[in-house]
Design a binder for this molecule. Structure first.
Ligand code: PSV
Ligand code: MN
Ligand code: MN
Length: 388
């Protein structure tokens, strides 16, 4: 089995991006529960994200969602992030919260609405220019509720045209990430419902486009690690939106519902040497904390991802290859399970101590008094965007 000296250097370099929207109030279509002390603007969301980085040391970037995080001066927001010890990461577009988008955005039958949606995406690239962000993440709520409602193939034409126009606007160091989702808000057909559709568009676009795997966006029992392995093999895996699901797109904490699935995914990532940023894959959380404290939940999620990663790095790959080539089915499986069943918490605690952090980030955050401070200072926090 690989030892600490093999695993620690990789874990030291691992990075996990935080979503700005995790820190605002969120809920379901039944109720948004307001929590005391939540951020009132994007500046305060970044300040909260910086706390997660302060205690974990591995989350130096924050994803923005436009227009939820719209500000007059993006340069100022980027400066504020730097003052807090973090920076702006991926820019997420939002073409789903305007009455014009009832029948879709870039796939809408009306060219006026398509133009409006494309202009929004282009303005997101302007935000990237202003903040120094290198990645644009596109998720479309476009789809149909009823058979016959629109022409499925014509909508793919419109989608390809829109993606092409935005792709051509990217600067030399900017990249496009295309996210798929099985269903919701559309229930009959979604225009990018699966990895294959996202992949086909990314291939047509070129090297700057790759696929986002949101772990919550599949049918139950989908073998997500196979999708991950295939996209890695094709060099088209751009990013993850990590979260947990029990039923649909639940957006619960990564590693909470099925830590073994997260381990199996990280095993594919570790095998391809893609844990660290030089591997070219971004790891982001895409979560909402409807009933639990938000900053603490983000810290917990980061620890869960680190634990799954550490276990994946502990897989004895040499022994595994040997067992696989000998057709030793149970031996190979046992090698994987040995790594999964290792308690990696002491190893991660040592990693933190070595980098000057508290070995128990949650306890350290709770002791810090930050929550009490923001509860006292902030009145009337805003919603994350959902249910707003
Ligand atoms: C859609 O369900 C999604 O997963 C997309 O990533 C969005 O950008 C994100 O949620 C937050 O709205
Ligand atoms: Mn997502
Ligand atoms: Mn989602």
């Amino acid at each position: 089995m690989p030892g600490e000296k093999d695993v620690l250097p990789v874990l030291r370099e691992q990075r996990i991006e935080l979503p700005s929207w995790a820190f605002g109030n969120s809920g379901t279509r039944f109720k948004v529960f307001a929590q005391a002390g939540v951020p009132r603007d994007p500046f305060e969301k970044i300040a909260d994200a910086a706390q997660v980085h302060r205690f974990t040391g591995v989350t130096p970037t924050v994803s923005l969602h436009i227009p939820w995080d719209a500000v007059d001066d993006y340069g100022k927001l980027a400066e504020h992030a730097a003052e807090q010890g973090v920076s702006i990461g991926v820019i997420n577009s939002n073409t789903f919260q305007d009455d014009d988008y009832r029948l879709g955005s870039v796939c809408h039958p009306d060219p006026r609405v398509r133009r409006k949606a494309i202009d929004h995406l282009l303005s997101c690239v302007d935000v990237m220019d202003a903040t120094g962000s290198a990645h644009l993440k596109l998720w479309f709520a476009d789809g149909l509720n009823y058979p016959g409602q629109d022409d499925l193939r014509a909508r793919q034409d419109r989608l390809a045209d829109a993606l092409g126009e935005v792709y051509r606007r990217l600067g030399p160091d900017q990249r496009m990430l295309v996210e798929y989702k099985l269903f919701e808000p559309a229930f009959y057909a979604t225009d990018i419902p699966d990895w294959g559709t996202a992949y086909a568009h990314c291939r047509m676009l070129g090297d700057k486009a790759s696929v986002v795997v949101d772990t919550g966006h599949h049918a139950a029992h989908t073998n997500i690690e196979f999708i991950v392995a295939f996209l890695l093999w094709e060099q088209k895996l751009g990013a993850f939106d990590l979260n947990s699901r029990f039923y649909a797109d639940d957006d619960l904490m990564a590693g909470a519902a099925d830590p073994f699935q997260l381990f199996r995914i990280m095993h594919e990532i570790a095998g391809a040497g893609a844990v660290t940023p030089d591997g070219g894959v971004l790891f982001m959380l895409d979560q909402c904390h409807n009933i639990e404290p938000k900053i603490q939940a983000e810290i917990r999620s980061v620890l869960n991802v680190q634990e799954a990663t550490a276990k994946a790095l502990l897989v004895d790959r040499e022994a595994l290859r040997q067992a696989q080539s000998e057709g030793d089915v149970l031996g190979a499986n046992a090698i994987l399970m040995d790594a999964y069943n290792t308690d990696v918490r002491p190893l991660l605690a040592r990693l933190r101590i070595e980098t000057g952090l508290d070995p128990d980030p949650i306890a350290a955050y709770r002791r810090s008094g930050y929550l009490e401070k923001i509860v006292a200072e902030r009145v009337g926090g805003s919603a994350a965007g959902w249910g707003a």
